[in-house]
Ligand binder design. Sequence first.
Ligand code: ZN
Ligand code: ZN
Length: 351
Amino acid sequence: MTSSLDGGPVHPATYDHGGGVRSLRVPIPDNPLGHTLVYVVDTDRGPVLVDTGWDDPASWGALTAGLIACGTSVTELYGVVVTHHHPDHHGLSGAVREASGAWIAMHAADGAIVRRTRATRPARWYAYMTDKLVAAGAPEEHVAPLRTARRRALPGLSPVLPDREIEPGELLDLPGRRLRAIWTPGHTPGHVCLHLEEDHPDRLPGHGRLFSGDHLLPGITPHIGLYEDPDDATVTDPLGDYLASLERVGRLAVAEVLPAHQYAFTDAPSRVRELLRHHEDRLADLRELLAEPLTPWQLAERMEWNRPWEQIPYGSRNIAVSEAEAHLRRLVKLGHAEAVTGSDPVTYVAA
Ligand SMILES: [Zn+2]
Ligand SMILES: [Zn+2]
């Protein structure tokens, strides 16, 4: 593996991880993430994919060519295990199923999101987002484009329904393999990691290998926002879910992590500790910012991002506000912040 711009290794187009596991680099067009790592796990009934990649002709070309380079083909696939519903993971699942007859498995919570996404009209979704942003204190000039966008169809919003549910804690139907589903909500409510409970092919110390999806990545902190759902008013705590899931995965003490982006890595427990510390520091910083009452939007403006707020593009600001709200939920839950009674839009202050 050569070096990338950020100093991390660049994953090759196909890579043999040993022990009947290979990975394919499937590009995500026009996205700084670059690619999804799709894993091919051999079973007695044919290869099974962990994730499929973005729905785009170039990505499909890379996936099918990669499978041939691995000595198989898309028609030979037995199943698809999806770590979570995001389009860079589940995008090509429908095309794979059509070409092969493979089943698609997903956790019920993300399956519910897929079902809802397919059923929600764009107008309803825009109205929901508008209301949410107004409630978060977004300025009118930010919300205005959403009010006029209501008739436009949303791109990429017809994900396919899964055929099977991934049961947390259970072994998946992979004849000849031991692959256990570990429910890791946070990045999405139904995110799963998949624990390959087999000796590491190079006998690295630890317990097997973990397909970690977007939950645990070597150099990226996954986005933790709200679980946006127009039909559910439950006050969830995605950041709390994420931190608990991280600890759960750290305790597995796996020999190697096979993530869905970047590159494979060892010493999962120290990466887990790093991420836990990152969020702890961030929560402490936000608590300081809340010395004065702030709306979620105002908090997002003051938080530290990878560039100044003025340079953050429109869509990313929505994601940033969602992330600010997830952190506020956590602070409120911990008793470290509270909503100011009577404020509209609601402001929060350190408690
Ligand atoms: Zn994701
Ligand atoms: Zn991803």
